[in-house]
Every structure is written in C-alpha cells, then in structure tokens.
Design a protein. Sequence first.
Length: 365
Amino acid sequence: MAIAGGNIILDSTEGMDKISQTEKVTSPYFSDGATTLNAANIVSSSLSDTNETYFFGISNNGTATTEEFNIAFGSTNGYGSLKETNTKAETEAIYKQYAGLLLAPTEVTGGFIISSPASTSQVVTGKDQEIYVLSSRRSNMKDRLNKGTWEIALSGSLVTGKGNKRLHLKDDSSTTTPTATPVGDRYNVVSCSTAGVIQRAATITNYGYFYPDMGVIVLSQAELSGSIPGSKASGSQVVVFDDADHKGFEIAETTTANTKQALRFINCLQPTGAKLTFRDEEDQVSAQYFCRVRSGQMNFSNNPTFVSGSLNELRNDKMRSNPQTFISSVQLYNTSGEMVAVGNLSTPLKKNFQSEATIKVKLTY
C-alpha cells in the first residue's frame, strides 16, 4: 500500500489487515432485464435447420436473435428421430449426453429416475426413458440460476385440441434439502399454485430435477404427459409450432423421422398465462483492507514541491517542527510490485505526528 508517497506493508492474513466475505446477489435473468418472459413474447428459434434435430431455442420476440433458453428432447429409444442401422438417433444422443453430464458415473447406465411411484404417470418403476431438457444461456445465468424464485407455467390441451390444463412448476428448495451430485446440488421440480405455493407432501408429483449450478432443468416426459397429454401424433407426423393439436406432451413413438418433439414444450408456452420466470445468481466477493497509518508514518511527502534546493530542504519552515500531509488516495500493490487497485478519498485526510488513521478499502469482484 502506498499513501502520500510512502509504503506500508499489510498483513493479508484473513482476520488481520484483511477481511473477506462472499455475498449471493440475484438479478433478473432475461436479456432485456426482465424477470419474466410471457407467452405473448415467446418465440421459437434455432441457429440452423441442423440444430433442430437436437434442440430449439426459446427467444423473446423483441430480441429474436438472442436465445434465452434451449429446449431439447431425449429418448433412450430414439423416439422422435430418424434411427438408421448401426447409428444412434439424435434423441438418443441427447439423453446420453445429459445423463453423462449430470449423473454420477454409477448412475449413467440406469438413466434418469424421476417419476414418482405414487404419481398417476405412466412410469412407476425404472428409469424415465424420455425427457425434456431446458438449458439456460450461460451469460444470463452468471454463476447459477437462483433457486426458489423461478417458475414455469405451461398450458395445453387434455386431448386432441380439446379442454385445457395449466401446470405451474418450481423447485422444492423451500421445503427440502438438496441432493448432492457431481455437478452440485440438485432439487426436485414439483407443481405449485399460481401463487407459487408447493402442494402438500402427500400429493406431490416429481416432474423433474433442477441443477442450479448447471442452469439445467430435466423434466420427465411421462409426468408432463400425465398432466398435459395433448394429441399423440401418429407415425412420422411432425410437431408444428403453435399447433393446437400439439400443445401437450404425448409423443409419437416413432423412429422413422425427426418429428421435432422438443417443440411441444415451446407450444405449451404459447397460450395466454404461460410464462417463464427466472433470476440469475452471482457470488460477489468483497475484500476489506484496513490500512493503518501510525503517528510516525506518512508525515512527509515525496512530492517535488514539498522540498527545495540542492539539499532538499523543507520548503516551508513550519513543517520542520510539525510537518503535515494530506492523504488523498490509497494504492494497493501485490507482492510483485504491481498496482492492483486504487481508491480515492472523498475528502483529503490531514495527517501529522499527533494523529493516526485507519483507512478501509473495500474491493468487490
């Protein structure tokens, strides 16, 4: 540290001249600075036709070129893709990719086991063979997605274009401790009321898993279909964007074509009332350095105007018995002598042999 032209060595041992703390700061997730993306502004996007075999982008129609989320459909059976001899279908690749990314090595082969045995879905034992994966944009989520504050409101049909069902989803972090995984904490995705209140434990259905550190939500197709079935497309019928018959999660069990099953999720974000609500989270580290100036320190300056003549005598005789300086800034240096931070005092601080000072410098990063 340099003050008024002098140097003071700080003890950077935690608790001595330095105190650090980490604070979690949240802010709206979406690119336009909003917390919620409503149905009226949700559009589908993809970077190219090739990507549509793997995922679709979810964008704000005001910034359609910026993808806020990606939605993918995965199937261990290859449903929804063209499965050729001796090759893996695209939906198989999606399932295996996320299983390898999110599950422990001993769990990868077993796949995602999401569905609750007590639920009304088609899956009561074993793994969920079909999943939807919602992935966040890294620059939007910062360090992670904020748990407990997000909500997905889906709306679709009960049968072919008839009836209507709305489903609100959020994580259970407010009522349950997380499960530790190789990629950080994992929470269950459960249904909630329009006010965000989670159902009572006796009636909870597990719709998926939420990985806040990864910015990923994995949802069970079987559980979603149990709540919002929609129309079960037959044969190689391709899902059409915003089509009434395809606002549901009952998939076509076909491997003869790319049927764009991921679009079903986006279709269920189109009706009025559907929405995505998210906040990001960032670890903000603050380090406070206490720069202590003793009575005998920093009472002279190396400013050329402080002295005169070839002998560098004090320019002002009054300074001989009681020299005074004014501390106006603090500069912090690392052990290599490189300046890493500088702070300017709002008002210069008077210093002499009869005074001491402690200047607190706070760095936030």
